[in-house]
Design a protein around this ligand. Structure first.
Ligand SMILES: *[C@@H]1O[C@H](CO)[C@@H](O)[C@H](O)[C@H]1NC(C)=O
Length: 371
């Protein structure tokens, strides 16, 4: 055992030495390398405009994430650990935003983050959506275009971020958003019946079809290698887990959605019906998914989740994109406050024995806020 412990640093050291001697084999003048001689020729200086210690807030979801196998406590909320690992894989740390803790606390935590993930799930509680709405108001209160990254596994909720909508926020649009964001659970709301449709995509991998003439610069896919982009549209590299969606025609026919978002990809369900699967806000770093970029690398509960090397790369590139957007955030909170709120203060619970659902969840069983 000890041998391995000592070996690893030595190996790294060896590689360092080998590299150093390689570079000393050919010596260039600074003018020949194009590198500013006043700085180290090896390490580029950090870009002062970027935040290299980004923190992603993830909003918890009602329940235990395991259909009562872990707890039936009605105040319990959870975050599937795969979303946390996803943010970590991109090079960020995570602060859980526990949706039912006192709002004062929740919004203090929101001031510590550089990006937000709204996870998938099957929330039914009004309180959850009320908090989502409030978080949106806060984000849009201090967010400048291009400085904040807001993600979701499901698209439509971003319609709230339409500037006009935001100003004249109507209950109706909030309900439309909520319904789509929670997939099946809220579709009964009559307000959304007309834009949502049933799709057969509950537990299967699919390809992603890029919309004709779409410009992927500035989107999630901008840094995907060309080979992988090609495979995305021919191979089943993304995981689907939802019952409801929106057709491209209905999406484009909805002025609130189509003026705010551009459709980047569509998917075809098990009955060859097409639904919108990735959207990007036209003027903001907001991406919506109707597929699960986090599952390929971090969830094992369904045999349908693709785990090929290509599929894992999809997770990794998506994570890099999220965090690269978060690095542009100007928010530089006090480091002590960040530390005491990080997800590292909590332990995930393994619930993969059931052979379905999430493998690990972070459970938060705090008492509800008292007002
Ligand atoms: C939650 O309730 C269900 C249904 O009554 C029960 O089967 C399950 O064991 C309970 N979970 C826990 C953790 O007690």
């Amino acid at each position: 055992m000890w041998r391995y412990c000592f070996c690893l640093p030595l190996l790294l050291f060896d590689i360092g030495v080998a590299k150093a001697s390689d570079s000393s084999a050919s010596i260039f003048l600074p003018s020949q390398t194009g590198v500013d001689g006043s700085r180290s020729p090896v390490c580029s200086s950090p870009d002062p405009n970027l935040n290299y210690r980004p923190v992603i807030g993830i909003l918890s979801h009602p329940g235990d994430g395991a259909s009562g196998r872990l707890t039936n406590d009605t105040s319990s909320t959870y975050i599937a650990a795969s979303y946390v690992k996803f943010a970590e894989a991109g090079g960020a740390r995570v602060i859980p935003l526990i949706y039912n803790e006192p709002e004062r606390l929740l919004f203090q935590k929101l001031e510590l983050v550089n990006g937000v993930i709204f996870t998938g799930g099957w929330a039914k509680k009004y309180q959850y959506f009320d908090i989502v709405k409030k978080i949106f108001n806060v984000l849009f209160g201090f967010v400048l275009p291009g400085t904040f990254s807001v993600y979701n596994t499901i698209p439509i909720f971003f319609m709230l971020l339409h500037r006009k909508l935001w100003r004249e926020m109507m209950l109706e649009s909030i309900f439309q958003y909520m319904a789509f964001a929670s997939d099946s659970s809220l579709c009964q709301l009559s307000l959304v019946r007309d834009i949502l449709e049933r799709f057969d995509a509950e537990d299967n991998a699919s390809s992603l079809q890029f919309v004709e003439n779409v410009n992927i610069q500035g989107t999630l896919f901008q840094r995907f290698p060309p080979e992988l982009l090609k495979k995305l549209s021919t191979d089943c590299l993304v995981m689907q887990k939802h019952k409801y969606g929106i057709t491209p025609a209905n999406f484009r026919g909805n002025p609130a959605l189509s003026s705010f978002f551009e459709i980047i990809t569509t998917c075809v369900d098990e009955n060859s019906k097409t639904y919108v699967s990735t959207v990007k806000a036209k003027r903001y770093p907001i991406t919506g998914f109707q597929w699960h970029p986090e599952k390929n690398a971090f969830e094992w509960g369904s045999s349908q989740i693709p785990h090929s090397e290509d599929a894992i790369q999809v997770t990794q590139h998506a994570a890099s994109y999220l965090v690269s957007e978060a690095r542009k955030s100007k928010n530089r909170p006090e480091s002590k406050k960040v530390l005491s709120n990080l997800i590292y203060n909590y332990k995930p619970t393994y619930c993969g024995y059931a052979g379905r659902g999430y493998d690990e969840v972070y459970l938060f069983t705090q008492p509800r806020a008292r007002f």
